[in-house]
Ligand binder design. Structure first.
Ligand code: MOS
Length: 733
């Protein structure tokens, strides 16, 4: 019988029972010997300037208050942003380091008390006055700074061929500008940290996607030896990029713990998260497309304008979709930024492709209509045979098949091609499609495994599980390779004391940490076979057909329990290290995962209300490691795409650089009522150039394209093309 824990099987989450019973300790839930003190962040109310005066007297006298930390009494730190040649996740994140206010919501004090209620009450008694400075809080197409590089190390500008000429000579032209708003990552678990300091070592229980950089940023900011910093993040309630690095509450909790030498907990209130954790910046995307009369793209132009937070290097590659999806004779992709006095702007699920596809796949749809072609057929005639931007060969390319299979499964041929031609009572009905593409990355990772003499296996890595299922798929990889039941495998993650891994981000977590684990398990197999070969009783056994099943090494008709092999080794356990790093085979190819997404919407002709009626996606992401967790990832991205198309928007008060809808009552997210039947299909095609497992990234795949499929369906339903996201009903009437 096939191992129910084998790679690909829809194994239930191994950490599921812990999570639903409350036994999984999220950042704020770690139990220390003594209950930690509680800190509350006092936020600046201006976007730029200096603190003129701070009166903490009343707060200090308030019930239960132990300390009010400000720039006047906080421990010494390395200035914010230094050293400037470090990456953004490791350079100093100094808080309360000076009287300077960096943005609206920037912490100006931390009130530390015995209880949350006392800290929060006293925070309201802190009096702050400011010397405001000129602030830049908005940006649009006036952004004119060239970023050093884009996220992922991409060049801000890529040109292939002569765009202006190819565009001007095109028979069919399109020149449109799309805008997307500021958006929040909105992870369910807010950013939270408990810090403990004994005068020598700093222990930090937090919620962070990348453990290695978290140790470095604390050491760099707080002037500590990295060996004295321990970071633990075993369970994470969502991150989506907003927890790639550590954020304000983490530094503040550490400052409090170091100041008092007592444990301090700081949990960002939901309102804090909108300014004290990063968000995605708004974008203006001008897209110019030129095609010949038969619908072949001649010129693709994508010019992006976005804000960049002062002192923070992140710039989002919104041109990613324009650079990778279709062939054209000439390509122009350009990114410009404007430095703003705003809270940090950083990665949010599929930086580049998610909001890039929202605009680009809508523009492609417009071009299909302009060429009088079916939107699926238009995409199919423009498939690239090499990556358009780099000219590299694709490791595999499956976009056309995703589109064909998706169209067939969705019933695309039932669609009347004419916009605003399908009606169901008062409802206008539309079908939309979008291509989906997302880069596939492999990141150096290591792990250590130990097989004990009771036949159980344990694996350690400083990898994280942000809710995506890492514990589960790593369990499956070990169980599959070593022929163990899932119950014999334990995966230990989220601790800086464990071997360095990729962490979670960029859709690289499963493939990278999984490949390191695969390496360790393959080496352990060799070791076990070597031990067996030395056994006199096995000297005639069939070693050529050796396999691992049911906790045994199987040699023809002989079964040797792995536990026995450990005992025969003369040791209590066998330990093996594994690693993976991108090699030549990985790097000479352009690597992507693919998909095609289809949506059916109805739009009320009188009210403009949009309902998504069904969605269908066909995805090709190499070998699927667990069909259940993979489906959940894709489903989550599709839900988010619907949310981007219809709902999400941070409202900015430009005068003070503040977001005004800082809660989930007013920052609208798609909820259960907004989500229809969603169908997900896999085209499973292991890609051996990707990594030794043959898997590819899926975490950020479906959000790239889902929103555009909805937007394109709305156009088909109504004949109205909204180029300013989200598509709220007022824009359709
Ligand atoms: Mo991701 S946006 O790299 O967590």
């Amino acid at each position: 019988m096939k191992n129910p824990a084998a790679i690909g099987q829809p194994l239930d989450r191994v950490d599921g029972p812990l999570k639903v019973s409350g036994a999984a300790t999220y950042a704020a839930e770690h139990q220390l010997d003594h209950a930690p003190l509680v800190g509350w962040i006092v936020e600046a109310t201006i976007p730029a300037g200096r603190i003129k005066a701070l009166d903490t007297g009343a707060a200090e006298k308030s019930a239960g208050v132990v300390a009010v930390l400000t720039h006047n009494n906080s421990p010494s730190q390395v200035p914010f942003g230094e050293p400037d040649d470090e990456g953004r996740f490791t350079q100093s994140r100094a808080m309360l380091g000076s009287d300077r206010v960096r943005y609206h919501g920037f912490p100006v004090a931390l009130v530390i008390a015995d209880t949350l209620a006392n800290a929060r009450h006293a925070a309201g008694l802190v009096e702050v006055s400011y010397d405001p400075a000129e602030a830049v809080t908005t940006t649009g197409s006036d952004a004119d700074e060239v970023p050093d590089e884009l996220d992922g190390g991409l060049d801000p500008d890529v040109t292939r061929g002569d765009f202006e000429q190819a565009y001007s000579e095109s028979e069919v032209q399109l020149d449109v500008t799309y805008t997307t708003p500021n958006q929040a990552s909105a992870a369910m678990e807010p950013h939270a940290t408990i810090a403990e300091y004994d005068g020598n070592e700093l222990w930090v229980y937090t919620s962070v996607q990348l453990i290695g950089p978290a140790v470095e940023v604390l050491a760099n900011t707080l002037k500590l030896d990295p060996d004295k910093v321990r970071v633990l993040s075993p369970y994470i309630g969502g991150g989506f990029g907003s927890k790639l690095g550590l954020h304000n509450e983490a530094i503040l909790a550490c400052l409090g713990a170091m100041h008092l030498e007592r444990p301090v907990k700081v949990v960002q209130h939901r309102r804090h998260v909108f300014h004290n954790a990063p968000h995605r910046g708004n974008s203006v995307q001008r897209i110019r497309l030129g095609a010949s009369g038969d619908g072949k793209l001649k010129a693709i132009g994508h010019e992006s304008y976005m804000p960049r937070a002062r002192g923070y290097a992140f710039a989002e590659p919104t041109g990613a979709s324009a650079r990778t999806t279709y062939h054209a004779d000439a390509l122009l992709s350009r990114h410009r930024v404007k430095t703003v006095d705003m809270s940090l702007i950083d990665s949010c699920r599929a930086p580049g492709h998610s909001i890039g596809s929202l605009a680009f796949e809508s523009a492609i749809d417009e071009m299909a209509y302009r060429c009088d072609m079916d939107p699926v057929a238009f995409r199919l005639v423009n498939m690239p045979d090499r990556e358009p931007a780099s000219g590299q060969p694709f490791s595999s390319h499956d976009l056309a098949e995703c589109l064909r299979e998706g169209a067939a499964k969705f019933g695309w041929d039932q669609r009347d091609p004419t916009p605003r031609s399908q009606e169901r009572g008062r409802q206008l009905v539309g079908y939309g499609v979008a291509s989906t593409i997302r880069m596939n990355i492999l990141v150096k990772s290591t792990t250590r495994i130990r097989l004990s003499d009771d036949g159980s296996l344990i694996a350690w890595a400083n990898m994280t599980d942000i809710g995506t299922g890492t514990y589960t798929i790593l369990t499956q990889i070990a169980a599959d390779i070593l022929g163990l039941p899932a119950g014999k495998v334990s995966i230990e993650l989220g601790d800086s004391a464990y071997p360095a891994s990729c962490g979670s981000g960029g859709s690289f977590g499963a493939g990278s940490s999984g490949s390191a684990l695969r390496d360790a398990c393959m080496k352990l197999r060799e070791k076990l076979v070597d031990i067996a070969r030395k056994q006199e009783s096995l000297k005639d056994a069939d070693f050529d057909g050796a396999s691992f099943e049911g906790g045994n090494l199987v040699l023809g008709d002989k079964k040797v329990p792995l536990a026995e092999l450990v005992r025969q080794s003369g040791h209590d356990y066998l330990e093996v290290d594994g690693k993976v790093e991108p090699g030549e085979d990985h790097e000479k190819y352009s690597q992507h995962s693919y998909g095609a997404q289809f949506a059916e919407v109805t739009v009320d002709r009188d009210t403009g209300e949009v309902r998504v009626r069904r969605m269908l996606g066909v995805f090709s992401a190499g070998r699927i490691l667990n069909r259940k967790t993979a489906r959940s990832q894709l489903l989550g991205g599709m839900v988010w795409g619907i949310s981007y198309a219809l709902l999400e928007e941070l409202m900015l008060d430009e005068r003070c650089g503040a977001f005004v809808n800082r809660d989930f009552a007013e920052y609208h997210l798609a909820v259960n009522r907004d989500i229809p039947e969603v169908e997900i299909h896999f085209r499973e095609q292991p890609d051996t150039h990707s990594n030794p497992l043959g898997s590819k990234g899926i975490g950020e795949l479906s959000i790239s394209g889902a929103g555009a499929a909805v937007a394109n369906a709305i156009y088909h339903a109504t004949g109205v093309r909204v180029r300013d996201f989200p598509i709220t009903l007022d824009k359709l009437l």
